[in-house]
Structure formats: C-alpha cells, structure tokens
Design a protein around this ligand. Sequence first.
Ligand code: CO
Ligand code: ZN
Length: 334
Amino acid sequence: MKSLIQKLVAIPGPSGYENEIREAVRAEIEAYADEIRVDALGNLIARKAPSGANSSGQRVMLSAHLDEIGIIATHIDKNGFVRFSNLGGVFPRYTPAGRVRFLNGAAGVIDTEKIESSFRVPPINEMYIDVGASSRADCPVKVGDVAVFERTFSEMGNRLVSKAMDDRISVAILIAALKGLKASPHDLYFVFSVQEEVGVRGAATAAFGIEPDLGLAIDVTRTGDTPKGITMEVSLGKGPAIKIKDSGMIADPRVVNWMVNRAQADKIPYQLEVLERGSTDARAIQLSRSGVPAGCLSIPCRYIHSPSEMIDLGDVENALHLLLGLLQNPIELK
Ligand code: CO
Ligand code: ZN
C-alpha cells in the first residue's frame, strides 16, 4: 500500500490534465475490473459486476478524484517571469518559495513582488514563477501551460507526507478495494474522477452516466488536532471519518447510518465529521438526475491543499477495511 501511495502521489495530474495519472490507475486495475471505460470528460470508470444471481444488489458508485490542485500560466513578462492563476484551491500562504513542475517538464520557483508588510500574505496575482528564463523568447513556459506543486515524499513513522494526498490516498484505497474485494451482491462502479478541485465536475457526468442507487465519495477531510487549529472533532489516526455534513452537501442520514452500523459491526474505529469548508464528489452524485442517496468516507488529513499533506496509515487501513465491509454485505438504507 505504501509503495502504491508513493507512486500515485508522484504523478502530476492538475485538474483537466489527468491523462498520465488516469493511465497509471488503469494499469493497476485492468486485471481486476469486468469493464473499463473513460467518459467524454475523462473519468475512468471501472465496473465490477455482482457475483452470483443476486437480485438484492444495488448499483453503487464510488468516487475518488484523480486531479490535484495546481497552477496555470496567464502571462509571461519581457524578462521571462511567469504570472499565474490557481487551478483549484491554492492557498496564497502556502505558495511563496514553493516549487512547481510544468507538464512539459519545466521547473519553477514561486516568489512574491516586494512585500511592504510582513503581516500581509500577498494574493496570487502579486506572485510570479521564475523558470530560469531571461526573456519571453527563452521562457520554456507559454500562456495556458499548467503545473503542479513539487515537494519530496516523506515518511514519519506511521504518517506519510506528500503533495496530492488529496485525493490520491483515496485513489489508492479504491484500487486496493477493487483488488481485495471478495464476492459482492452489488453492481459496483469504481470512478476515478476528473476536475473535482475546480467544482466536482467529473463526478457530475460520471453519476449521470452510471445512474447509481447509492453514491459514496472517498476524499480527505480536515482535522482539528493541531496547535490552536480549527475547532473540529476529527483527529489524525483515530480512524476514517463518516461525513455528516460539509459546506456543499448534507449526507443522506440513511447512508450515514449504514456506514456507522458497519463500522460498529466490524469493530473499526471511526469518527463523525462535520466539515465547515469544502465539499467532495458526493455533492455532485447527490444532485445528479433526480437525486441519489449519497455519503462520503473521509480520510483525515492535515495541511490540506499544501504541498505537504499528511495522512496516517492506520486511518487508510481502517478505511479500506470499512469500505470492503460496506461493499461485500447487503445494503439496506433506513
Ligand atoms: Co482538494
Ligand atoms: Zn479532494
């Protein structure tokens, strides 16, 4: 699992440019899926048909997003400095002195214009990327080129730190679930979605095409366990979180109960999550067609949308265990 995670986080996949990560995931799952397709928006959709002639099964859509936050070049000045805009939720305070890697291989370092007050974090339009050029002509980057943040992968005991843990950690969990799945009465669609970070766009088209009876997103969530951090119940290392609400959706209470009951039956530690900022693919699934009961299995993560997102391997193992239990047993929403 650790080596799969390390492999997945290293592959660049800014929103809208998920080609390379999609092909890497496809290679991992090809031998385990009954059908694989890519929809017009770029979602990778792997179906695992129900085993046996079981009429009690449901059509379940699982979704983990392939894309990661990044930047897009908006202007190159006469000295070859690149101005940029965000692709997804890029926090200005995490950005200066960071490095980026463009999809064409060009590297760059980000800094800010002269700072008048050290108490103010400048907005992204007062930052630039130095790609080592000295003129527009020798700049290896052109307007519209996209990049992801670059930072080395680190292991700190049971905790792993990298860029793109959001949401490759869940991509890894879905891959492991597909590989580890024993008989399931359900018709399962494993969706590796695109363009989540720019407004859960991929999950919307995937859900329309699949028309699921039930939807479950797997994504990271914030924690409230750091010094003078946000007030939030979720902690790193205390188990996966079962989402009750975030700022984009209210999870179907029947789906919450289904997940809580399974965790209790299987003696898996879990936490209840109310997230005040942010949302997931579950929002798009819930609102597709005439509505779908939906929920979200969340992986606690510190420093979300920074190049150093931290997860706990115990939470990952417990999330996988819970997910397998959810999928291998009959589903009754009540
Ligand atoms: Co995100
Ligand atoms: Zn995410």
